[in-house]
Ligand binder design. Sequence first.
Ligand code: AMP
Length: 479
Amino acid sequence: MHEKCGVVGISLADRDAARPLYYSLYALQHRGQESAGIVTHDGFQQHEHVEMGLVGDAFSLSDLESLAGTNGIGHVRYPTEGGVNECCAQPFSVSFKSGSLGLAHNGNLVNTDEIREELAGLGHAFTSTGDTEVIAHDLARNLLEEDLVRAVKSTMDRVHGSYSLTIMHDETVLGVRDPQGNRPLCIGELDDGYVIASESVAIDTLDGELVRDVRPGELVVLRPDGRGFDSYQLVDREHTAHCFFEHVYFARPDSVVNEELVYEVRRELGAQLWAESGIDSDVVMPVPDSGRAFASGYAEAASEAGADVEFAEGLMKNRYVGRTFIMPTQDERERAVRLKLNPIMSTVDGRSVTLIDDSIVRGTTSTQLVALLRDAGAQEVHVRIGSPPIVAPCYLGIDMATREELIAADRDVEEIREAIGADSLSYLSIEAITEALGKADTDLCLGCVTGEYPYDIEGEERDRDVTRPTSDHAASADD
Ligand code: AMP
């Protein structure tokens, strides 16, 4: 199960946490649209409300009022392919002999089955197939024998994979980030409390200040009185495995993730795209919204280099259509692209166009858009992509299709160009990604673009010390 989600945890001095949690979930809505949930604790008991749907639909005023307590956690869940999954809506709650636990998880474990089998053998009954329940049961079991910090450490020693967690243990809110820091998690300070959230936009929404990222392998314990937090570095690893795709596509551009403002990283990647494969055309235009920052960086670099190029919007987005990936069948996905985007004739008609997007996954969007722009009168359509070809699936929390569905899994760039019908196609190099993020490739997870992962995944290659492809990222119709 690929859980691409958003999590938050809040402790306040003397205000109920439900509303700030609700607002933060709104800010994290892009990380998950399938379900939303909040768990609070009022000092005596835990309250929860978890519902399918968008944040705005999942909670009524009376739901929020029933969530009493100054401490709480929240979660938004991304739809997995094939539709809705009621079993796995979060936060996940368990009561056990010495208290209550609520858990919100972003990421994906790679050894769930092993631990589930072991715990089932010890008499734990599981109600879902999700890995979050496995973490919750393991932690509950450890808490029977160990204090909180040791119990979290024991669980971290057992579970492998990616996890950014917010946890409600009785009235204490915790944040935990996996030892390689695959998914983001950060700490924020409010006037009257503290927040732990997947992205800093959740903190901004509450008028708070970003304090810092939760460190890979760190446990952060918010004091239930909202007056501070304690940090425990529980696991140390030589290398991180930050997901580069957070900066390319998933995180909001106005978030600071791993100390880098996502918008600036995307603009820098756009400038690199120009440096690596800039092409003369009448107009540069983004695929809204995912290509926008890349296209502005590309166009700026182009004009700095003296190219006579216009930067304009050539596609208008219907903002009421959800992300294409929510559509389970290929037919629906194709219809959704057409429903979502419509050309602006004056930008496109009779002109050569460079179309910029962040990524190609199945190739549905770019194939449809190239055809759409030609129908609208484009003379040439050049496609530039702000990431390397996606050649392998993500097992660590980004829902990204299987190898069979990935257009780049078994095609070279020229074959992809032909498949999407573009006059030319170029992707960005892996070096441009490592440079823009200011990280060595050994500190990033690049599994989806190299097929080699910094985690042990059954049937896949383990990376590190493996040479990666550096060129062969461009093709044009004249090749
Ligand atoms: P595709 O149409 O399958 O090639 O997907 C590429 C389009 O989907 C691009 O416009 C991306 O911005 C967007 N995209 C990339 N990754 C994802 C993802 N994991 N979930 C939803 N959309 C994505």
